[in-house]
Design a protein around this ligand. Structure first.
Ligand SMILES: [Fe+2]
Ligand SMILES: [Fe+2]
Ligand SMILES: [Fe+2]
Length: 420
């Protein structure tokens, strides 16, 4: 029997955090650095461990609403001020998952200037002190030149934050940072390869262990972060997830396995976060380099989820969706004998959903065309013929489940985008 995964919340948050920083070498580890710096400032202020843990989660997720690479790169300008849009979208996304929704106000205001005390409020709403901590931590992180030795940079970074104390930053927080900045370990940790281990140890002692229901809800949040980066794929993971879950049911999977399949569907394109919106939405022909970047997404899904204990089954069901029975898929070139039924179901659900969607370069296919594509792929030995037959047999039913899931997700997308 397949074991039910029990995953600490932090472990999956770290996956999302890693995935969104893969989009450019300039961003690698940024979320982790901000999480670490924010939690150390909290510790310096004497915050209890629970609050430090919240700062880790806030730092690890602060820019998930920045959909394009340009938006992410813009925030690396120290004086960056106009960050409302990505902050509000990030806050809105977190409100979709109850255990993280308390972070919504923190993320909404993480670029709010202190403005000599007026920054305790913004647009008539209170700004949590954690927003100012994340803001300061974020600005410190962008000042660190990762290509240079770090201790030699401390003096300059302290001067820069003190210069903007009162106007950009809360002076109390700057004072706490300046005292923290005297300790070499803090700086060495920010650039250390083991920063993840530090964070995990600190965050895990208190983070909740999620059951399959909570895991499903969190995976749905991930699906939205992945999908909303492009209006063309804004509902893709929701469709794949619903289609795969139903196909699994028809194949005789247990209720628990069906729920795991739904999670795998929500996460199957996690590695797409490493592909910039600029490439995803490119209307013309992709360059060979851009095409290679897109193709690498399943590799990233697999390698990122591989770091989560107890996640092997969900990972292989999700991440192998571009493998083909004849070994001509990617990135592992597994043969049919290496692909479990769960992975085969995902391959079918992915193609089925993808061909029905509009893309920048083509319109979505109608039912007859969709069936034709699936049949020919089953015939040529790329997709599992039994799963395809099952889909054909229950076409209307599965198609309506898929399209309802996508319509629901489209509604949330519209609401979040209109709120901006
Ligand atoms: Fe930001
Ligand atoms: Fe940031
Ligand atoms: Fe994919």
């Amino acid at each position: 029997m397949i074991k039910e995964p029990q995953i600490p919340l932090f472990d999956l948050v770290a996956c999302l955090s890693d995935a969104v920083d893969l989009v450019s070498p300039a961003l690698v580890d940024h979320h982790k650095q901000v999480a670490y710096i924010a939690s150390c400032i909290g510790e310096e202020l004497g915050y209890p461990l629970d609050k430090q843990k919240d700062l880790i989660l806030a730092g690890a997720l602060h820019d998930i609403g920045a959909l394009s690479l340009t938006e992410r790169i813009d925030t690396f300008n120290f004086d960056f001020e106009s960050g409302k849009q990505h902050a509000v979208l990030g806050g809105g996304l977190l409100s979709l998952f109850e255990p993280l929704s308390f972070l919504t106000p923190v993320i909404n205001f993480h670029h709010t200037f202190w403005n000599h005390g007026e920054g305790t409020q913004c647009a008539g709403q209170p700004v949590p002190v954690e927003s100012h901590i994340v803001h300061l931590a974020d600005r410190i992180a962008v000042l660190i030149d990762v290509n240079k030795e770090v201790l030699g940079q401390v003096k300059g970074i302290i001067e820069k934050t003190q210069e903007r104390s009162g106007e950009m930053f809360d002076p109390n927080l700057v004072d706490a940072f300046v005292s923290l900045a005297q300790k070499e370990y803090f700086w060495l940790d920010t650039k250390s390869a083991s920063i993840y281990r530090h964070l995990r140890r600190k965050a895990r002692s208190k983070t909740i262990v999620m059951d399959l229901n909570q895991l499903g809800d969190l995976a749905m949040l991930f699906a939205k972060v992945i999908d909303f980066r492009s209006s063309f794929t804004a509902t893709h993971s929701s469709g794949v997830s619903a289609g795969a879950e139903h196909l699994a049911k028809l194949c005789g999977f247990s209720e628990r396995e069906c729920r795991m399949m739904k999670i795998a569907g929500s996460l199957h394109d996690l590695g797409k976060l490493a592909v910039s919106r600029e490439i995803l939405e490119k209307p013309g022909k992709l360059t060979p380099e851009e095409f290679n970047i897109i193709r690498s997404h399943t590799y990233h899904t697999y390698r990122i989820l591989e770091t989560v204990e107890d996640f092997e089954t969900i990972n292989t069901w999700g991440a192998f969706h571009h493998e083909r029975l004849n070994g001509k898929g990617y990135p592992f070139h597994h043969l049919g004998k290496d692909l479990s039924l769960g992975s085969r179901i995902m391959c079918v659900a992915d193609v089925f959903t993808a061909v029905t969607e509009d893309r920048p370069y083509r319109k979505g296919m109608n039912d007859a065309e969709t069936k034709k594509v699936l049949q020919s792929m089953a015939k040529s030995g790329t997709l599992d013929a039994n799963v395809v037959s099952l889909l054909e047999l229950h076409f209307e039913e599965i198609n309506s489940i898929r399209s309802k899931a996508q319509a629901d997700s489209r509604e949330i997308y519209k609401q979040l985008v209109t709120a901006l």
